[in-house]
Design a protein around this ligand. Structure first.
Ligand code: GDP
Ligand code: MG
Length: 670
């Protein structure tokens, strides 16, 4: 068999990624959250050698309303997959078939995978698949992607379709006025559609729908365009609706017709009924946001105090013991003083100080992936929409912002799903204010030294500070740089589902891997560099006292800048600069600079900061420019250096102002 290309298309949350993983044996993240798959992903199909499968983003239509729809449509029209596997959520069959009808217009051989059949059956519903498949003229295979049922049958059907592609059928499910308009237009544009390699019927439908990219691509003469507009106008007049509604009506009434006579008898499934009950509370008009805040507080409490806090102490003790053994070993083999210092005071101290936060990161992501996979996060976006609208954003911006609590890099990339340029730019600017997980070690270090008994509150206040700054910035920008309103937000709420253990574990593992990777690359190198700069003076003499070092002379120049924030020690300024390489580096740098274990670090910090200036320092670290990786993502997504630099300039300025306000106001009271 020669190389074949298969495409997986379907609505959001129909189980595309689950099926993709089953078919390719890969580990893409599955989420009960619309908009998780933004880019297309490719994998080899295990059961069909030479077949690659593309997981396309979830969509509802083939009209260019969102970037996902554009990605899908361009892919199918330009890459010409041999077969489209259209995955249909059988518990929502009527709405899902809406996309199926549009895919049929593309005239690419198709197999429908009727997913979630386990839920359909469990709720006592039925679909007469054979009849439905005959009516539509497409093969249909019932499956359950999550339970790996029906997969072999699906593969067999796909293989059969690859081998004997059905002759292109002329899908004709239009009637009356729409039918007349479509056929009249098809007649006019036939040559143009052929020249541009578009299926005729699809091109005609898109013109009726007033689709701008299609009109451009066809290169029609002005005369033809006028005639087409006349045809559409008379159709609108006869039907008394607008052009887009006319086609939507046509598709839905066709679906209704084929689903009649008990062909699809799908009443609300048990899962859907349960979801409605849960939603009465969780998306309640007044209780929705308070409940969300309570849940987040509980998660923070469990993560930082109960579970993660304890594990972290064990981890620290373990690392300390290991480093001690290592140090003894080095002494035994008699390495020179400076090499011993480099390895123990540089590498081990720097990397170790960051490594001990691994348990906290993993546990936090355990909870966040539970929230996401259960379908709750989609509700939060929905509940937050009204609120975000007030600061010039929409519920859609909530997705990137939430990802921002993990890491700004994927968060900034996720802004691609936003359809308006204005919303995108604003979200990219505000997302880094959501405190990312790399900053957790910094909060841990400062609370241990200054607020050991109020850890959870300090943490909550820092997160709120970030959110508050984002809100105020949003208000400011909405009335200055980014005037106007954000685009309306439509998102379907997926049913609540019990998260699959596999998916949650995968998510945690990915985070842990990422964190470890950073600890042993960026932090490793930064620790060595910092150790070097603080151990030698400009004449490369090895020093015992770092106050004469290269780093001290560089840091001192900068340190005065932070006087209004209450700290002028060169080590604090240096740590902030090194934090640009990666935020954890603030901790590793300070650890390397003051040397020693955690108790010694706390004592040393108390000579650098007062509790108030330590808090101003925290505030600054939450808000100032993101790390270099996030900056690169910002530049990539915004496109120009100017905008990217303005963005981080604004962030750093905001950080400075907030830190200064905290210190200057605080000093009046203490
Ligand atoms: P996508 O948005 O289309 O990529 O959908 P996902 O693959 O991320 O799945 C969305 C949700 O549906 C996840 O919670 C899956 O665990 C769940 N899911 C997928 N397939 C099935 C199935 O066959 N049965 C049931 N009950 N749940 C499924
Ligand atoms: Mg997906």
């Amino acid at each position: 068999m020669e190389q074949v290309l298969l495409a997986l298309a379907g609505n959001q949350n129909s189980g595309k990624t689950t099926l993709f993983n089953v078919l390719t044996g890969s580990n893409q993240h599955v989420g009960n959250f619309p908009g998780v798959t933004v880019e297309k992903k490719v994998g080899q199909v295990k059961a069909i050698p030479q077949a690659s499968l593309v997981d396309l983003p979830g969509i509802y239509s083939l009209s260019p309303y969102t970037s996902e729809e554009v990605v899908t449509r361009d892919f199918i029209l330009q890459e010409h997959p041999q077969v489209i596997i259209n995955i249909v959520d059988a518990t929502n069959i009527e709405r899902n078939l809406y996309l199926t009808l549009q895919l049929m217009e593309l005239q690419v051989p198709m197999v429908v995978a009727l997913n979630m059949m386990d839920e359909v059956i469990a709720s006592g519903n039925s679909i007469r698949i054979k009849e439905l498949s005959e009516q539509l003229g497409i093969p249909m295979v019932p499956i359950s992607a999550a339970r790996k049922q029906g997969i072999n049958e699906l593969i067999r059907e796909v293989k059969r379709t690859i081998k004997n592609p059905p002759a292109p059928k002329k899908p004709d499910f239009c009637k009356g006025e729409v039918h007349r308009a479509l056929h009249a237009i098809a007649h006019i544009i036939e040559d143009h559609a052929q020249a541009a390699h578009y299926p005729l019927r699809f091109a005609a439908t898109k013109l009726v729908e007033n689709d701008e990219p299609m009109r451009k691509a066809l290169h029609l003469h002005d005369d033809d365009l006028h005639i087409i507009e006349d045809i559409v106008a008379s159709m609108e007049h006869a039907l008394e609706t607008d052009r887009e509604a006319a086609l939507a009506d046509m598709r839905y009434s066709y679906i209704e017709e084929i689903c009649r006579n008990n062909v699809c008898k799908v009443q609300e499934t048990i899962t859907q009924q349960r979801s409605e009950k849960i939603d009465r509370w969780l998306t309640h008009r007044y209780l929705g946001i308070p409940i969300f805040i309570m849940i987040m507080l509980l998660i923070f409490y469990l993560t930082f105090t109960v579970l993660g806090g304890t594990l972290q102490i064990w981890m620290e003790a373990g690392i300390d013991a290991l480093v001690e053994q290592f140090s003894r070993l080095l002494n035994q083999i008699g390495v020179s003083e400076w090499l011993h210092a480099l390895l123990i005071d540089g590498v081990c101290t720097g990397v170790g100080s960051v490594l001990s936060f691994l348990p906290i990161i993993v546990i936090l992501f355990f909870f966040l992936s539970l929230l996401e996979d259960s379908g709750y996060m989609a509700r939060v976006a929905f509940v937050m929409d009204q609120f975000l609208r007030k600061i010039g954003l929409s519920g859609r911006s909530f997705v990137p912002m939430l990802i921002g609590f993990g890491c700004s890099v994927p968060a900034i990339m996720a802004t691609r799903t936003l359809s308006s340029d204005r919303d995108r730019k604003m979200t990219i600017l505000l997302t880094p204010f959501m405190s990312c997980s790399a900053k957790l070690p910094i909060y841990g270090m400062i609370t241990a030294a200054f607020f050991p008994r109020h850890g959870a509150w300090i943490l909550i206040s820092v997160y709120l500070l970030g959110i508050l700054t984002a809100i105020l910035s949003g208000l400011l920008l909405k009335h200055t740089v980014f005037q106007g309103d954000s685009v309306p937000f439509v998102m379907e709420l997926p049913a609540y589902r019990i998260p699959a253990a596999r998916s949650v574990i995968l998510h945690m593992w990915e985070k842990a891997k990422d964190f470890l990777h950073r600890a042993f690359t960026v932090i490793f190198v930064a620790s060595i560099l910092i150790w070097f700069l603080q151990s030698f003076d400009w004449h490369l003499n090895y020093l015992n006292n770092s106050s004469q070092s290269i780093l001290a002379s560089l840091g001192s120049a900068l340190a005065q800048l932070f006087a209004p924030l209450g700290f002028t020690d060169w080590r604090a300024a240096t740590a902030l600069v090194s934090g640009i390489s990666a935020k954890e580096s603030v901790v590793s740098t300070l650890s390397v600079l003051v040397g020693g274990n955690d108790a010694q670090l706390s004592l040393a910090l108390q000579t650098i900061f007062t509790p108030l200036s330590a808090y101003a320092f925290l505030a600054f670290t939450v808000l100032y420019m993101p790390c270099i990786a996030a900056f690169a993502a910002t530049k990539r997504e915004l496109g120009t250096w100017k905008e990217a630099l303005l963005t981080i300039g604004y962030q750093t300025l905001a950080a400075y102002m907030v830190g200064m306000l905290i210190y200057q106001i605080g000093i009046l009271f203490v």
